[in-house]
Design a protein around this ligand. Sequence first.
Ligand code: ATP
Length: 145
Amino acid sequence: MASKETNGDPRVSRNINFGRALKTALHGIGSVIKNERAMRLHLFCATVFILAGIYLGLSRSEWIWLIIVIFWVFYCEFLNTAIELIVDLIVEKKYHPIAGLAKDVGGGIVDLAMFMGLIVVAFIFQPHIWHQLGWSTQLVATLLY
Ligand SMILES: Nc1ncnc2c1ncn2[C@@H]1O[C@H](COP(=O)(O)OP(=O)(O)OP(=O)(O)O)[C@@H](O)[C@H]1O
């Protein structure tokens, strides 16, 4: 039954238990993945980095940093999507310079997170890549000479 604070509409209610809260949160996550192309790109990049990490044998602390930056970018994309939805709800798709600015700032949040993510990923993978390159050049030199 809907409470007074929801104006009597049963669709607008508090999450009465953890199970329902989880279900609504999963609905939000599914909606971002389905509707946001940028989120699918983040998921693709995260998969590539995780596979590369498995192949290169990252250390425990490197995995922790990688997981932190991956989820940090996801988190910022979710925040940006929430900002976009709330702005659209308020201005109803009509032009307003402040609505545009709010969306631009939201986009900036994601860009900054991605920039930070790329720096951390570069620090994590750089020694492993040099190591691999060292092995490959040694192998090529052995095969050639
Ligand atoms: N109501 C509006 N009033 C003014 N400018 C707007 C409005 N809606 C969007 N814009 C401008 O258009 C840009 C793109 O908005 P849109 O809602 O399409 O975001 P998006 O392309 O989905 O962004 P993202 O790629 O970050 O998800 C905004 O950054 C903003 O500059």
